[in-house]
Design a protein around this ligand. Structure first.
Ligand code: DGY
Length: 321
């Protein structure tokens, strides 16, 4: 649920209905019923706002997604129907980069295993090769997707004296200059990096971007970190690569299915660190995201221009009418 004061801000401006349950996403049937009569919705990444749902909402003017990613929304369909889609970029950049780096460090230095080892009473003595992992400083990091978060990860990597490679739709000369980052092909990035960090949006083009072939290209000591969207990685191929020690480890904050089923094979592997999609989860950042999502929503409902439009084309068409 959104913070009370932010809900109040919205309620002061319009009639508001809130899904009250913290631990269950809005059921499809409820969404189908409620969306029929509203001018705007504030959604989370758990809501799948597809063409069928948009079709049921003749009055809808805005879908305000409280996330930077918006792969849960059929933007093309929304645009056709004149529905503005907004997201919450910027505000979560540094927090998500922090978590990406924390996950990288946790995976490289086997922190979860080490903590469990101590708590389970297995720590008998200091031993030379006990719980040894991989070095981070001076290693090569490959960033897939050099957007805001990719750049913020590069900034952290520079502090660790890492060599920075990146793969992006187009080169970023400013990032190259600031962080001595080198643009390269995906194959080269996979082959040369000690850490491969996925920070690209999830689109049909990036679906299973990292599959069997790509994992085979990685170093045997390589570590895969995904804090973007689960569907970018083929999880079956990743499981095989981890079990067969074709790569060293993986750190995942996101999964094809969320929550990941508890009997999922990846959860059985000690070299796979798994977190429950908490990239942006600090109090300050989540409040900021909620505030921004509320602002996007209210601006649109009041006839203004929300700060973060995914499909500003809708506004252009309206202004021509
Ligand atoms: C997003 O914003 O897309 C994240 O996955 C949640 O912060």
């Amino acid at each position: 649920m959104l913070p009370e004061d932010i809900l109040e801000t919205i309620a002061n401006e319009c009639e508001l209905k809130v899904w009250p349950k913290e631990d269950i996403p809005v059921p499809r049937k409820v969404l189908e019923k409620e969306i029929q009569d509203v001018d705007g919705v504030l959604t989370l990444l758990t809501e799948n706002i597809d063409a069928e749902l948009i079709e049921k909402a003749p009055k809808l003017k805005i879908i305000s997604n409280m996330a930077v990613g918006y792969n849960n929304i059929d933007v093309e369909e929304a645009t056709k129907k004149g529905v503005l889609v907004t997201n919450t970029p910027g505000i979560l950049t540094e927090t998500t980069a922090d978590l990406t780096f924390a996950l990288l460090m946790m995976t490289a230095r086997r922190l979860e295993e080490a903590s469990q080892f101590l708590r389970q009473g297995k720590w008998k003595t200091w031993s030379p090769m006990l719980l040894t992992g991989q070095d981070i400083y001076g290693a090569t990091i490959g960033i897939i997707g050099m957007g805001r978060i990719g750049e913020a990860v590069a900034k952290r990597a520079k502090g660790f004296d890492m060599k920075i490679l990146y793969y992006n739709r187009s080169p970023k000369p400013d990032v190259e200059e600031k962080y001595a980052a080198q643009f390269c092909e995906l194959e080269d990035l996979l082959a040369e990096s000690d850490y491969v960090c996925i920070l690209t949006p999830y689109t049909p083009e990036t679906h299973n971007l990292i599959g069997k072939r790509e994992l085979t290209l990685m170093k045997k000591t390589g570590i895969l970190i995904n804090t973007a969207r689960g569907g970018i990685v083929d999880e079956k191929a990743l499981y095989e690569a981890l079990v067969n020690q074709e790569i060293y480890a993986a750190g995942l904050d996101v999964f094809e299915e969320e929550p990941i089923p508890l009997d999922h094979p990846l959860l059985k592997l000690p070299n796979c660190i798994t977190l429950p999609h908490i990239g942006s989860a600090t109090i300050k950042t989540r409040r900021g995201m909620a505030q921004l999502a509320a602002e996007n929503l209210l601006q649109r409902l009041k006839g203004g221009q929300p700060p973060h439009c995914v499909n500003p084309h809708v506004l252009k068409l309206e202004s021509k009418k």
